[in-house]
Write a protein that binds this ligand. Structure first.
Ligand code: OAD
Ligand code: ZN
Length: 238
């Protein structure tokens, strides 16, 4: 696609695939993150009620991993894109690894929460993992003593900032999807909304995503290889 105007409204949606080249496992590829666990055991509130220590062990490991992970070329390309579009750029991520912020993106909506935070199951007091005594088997709330839980949106829970996301999709001119299988809703349906609102829709993914029919352009391959070149075309910089 040709150069975009800096006045265009750009919305980017990312998923686990963009972090694969930073060494973070995706969910659904072979050898994916869920491999040794049943999703309902570690990614639902009822799984947490049944075995909070197991759930904490799982997310504590992922938090440790995310702390040492480094952004890759695709994350940095999105920083360039934000510099070009400034206020008309919104980055929505399903990822909880914090790599977009680490790379330097400012307008990041973490719709599935963050590995870096937790909150109280009773009084809802929120704190960073550094503040919580995350080394305990099941960390407790410093205010009321109840169990803390990871600040992750589990299956059956409502994603964060849906209203803000809906608004950005309504005025979006170009919608770009990177590294997501397109099977988990509501994120998988954003492309439909964007398309209905008249946006151009573009995806970059290692495999064909489930929502391929709603795409105007599809680039098959690794986002770290493909995205930096596309960003140069879109911005005319570099
Ligand atoms: P998935 O694991 O479902 O999909 C990752 C996608 O990235 C796959 O389609 C891969 O083909 C693709 N991929 C892998 N490596 C890539 C690379 N280097 N470059 C580009 N694409 C690559 O992950 P998500 O779609 O993010 O939710 O999963 C959505 C949600 O399901 C997650 O946020 C998580 C999970 O349940 C929660 O934990 C709340
Ligand atoms: Zn509390």
């Amino acid at each position: 696609m040709k150069k975009l105007s800096p006045k265009d409204n750009i919305v980017v949606l990312t998923g686990a695939g963009i972090s694969a080249e930073s060494g973070i496992r995706t969910f659904r590829d072979s050898g994916g993150l869920w491999e040794n666990h049943r999703i309902e055991d570690i990614a639902t509130y009822s799984g947490f009620r049944k075995n909070p220590a197991l759930v904490w062990e799982f997310y504590r490991k992922r938090w440790e991993q995310s702390k040492i992970a480094k952004p890759n070329a695709a994350h940095y390309a999105l920083v360039e894109l934000e510099h070009y579009f400034n206020d008309s750029f919104t980055l929505i991520t399903q990822n909880v690894d914090g790599l977009h912020t680490k790379a330097g993106n400012l307008s990041v909506v973490e719709m599935h929460g963050s590995l870096n935070r937790c909150y109280c199951t009773s009084c809802k007091h929120g704190l960073s993992m550094e503040e919580a005594d995350a080394k305990q088997l099941i960390p407790l709330c410093p205010i009321c003593g109840s169990y803390l839980r990871p600040d992750i949106v589990w299956f059956g829970e409502i994603p964060i900032s849906l209203f803000e996301i809906e608004n950005s999709l309504k005025k979006c001119d170009v919608f770009i999807i990177i590294g997501t299988s397109g099977v988990v809703y509501p994120a998988a349906g954003f492309v439909m909304t964007a398309k209905l609102m008249g946006a151009k829709t573009i995806a970059i993914n290692l495999e064909s995503p489930d929502n391929l029919t709603f795409l105007d352009e599809f680039y098959k391959g690794k986002s770290g290889d493909i995205l930096p070149g596309l960003v140069k075309e879109w911005t005319g910089i570099g």
